[in-house]
Design a protein. Structure first.
Length: 84
């Protein structure tokens, strides 16, 4: 009588995708203003500079702001602001 052992799946057998993340640790020495500007202007995943677009609608008095990362191909911000 033959017994068959089932192969246990490895952790890597179930991997669908991976993301390389470049975490920065130099926030400790930055001022609060420098930290804000860095978080506002850099991609949270890879640190590449974000590209912003602004579309102004003067009839409705609003500005649509969007930001995306060219390296990661993700959109990170999508905000609407009212003109005063």
């Amino acid at each position: 009588m033959a017994t068959h052992k089932q192969k246990q799946p490895l952790a890597l057998d179930n991997v669908i995708a991976t993301i390389d993340v470049n975490l920065k640790t130099h926030f400790r020495d930055a001022t609060p203003l420098e930290r804000f500007m860095q978080e506002y202007n850099e991609c949270p995943l890879c640190g590449t500079e974000l590209l912003y677009t602004h579309v102004t609608n003067f009839v409705h008095g609003s500005v649509k702001e969007e930001a995306h990362c060219e390296a990661c191909k993700i959109r990170t911000k999508d905000n609407s602001h009212h003109l005063q």
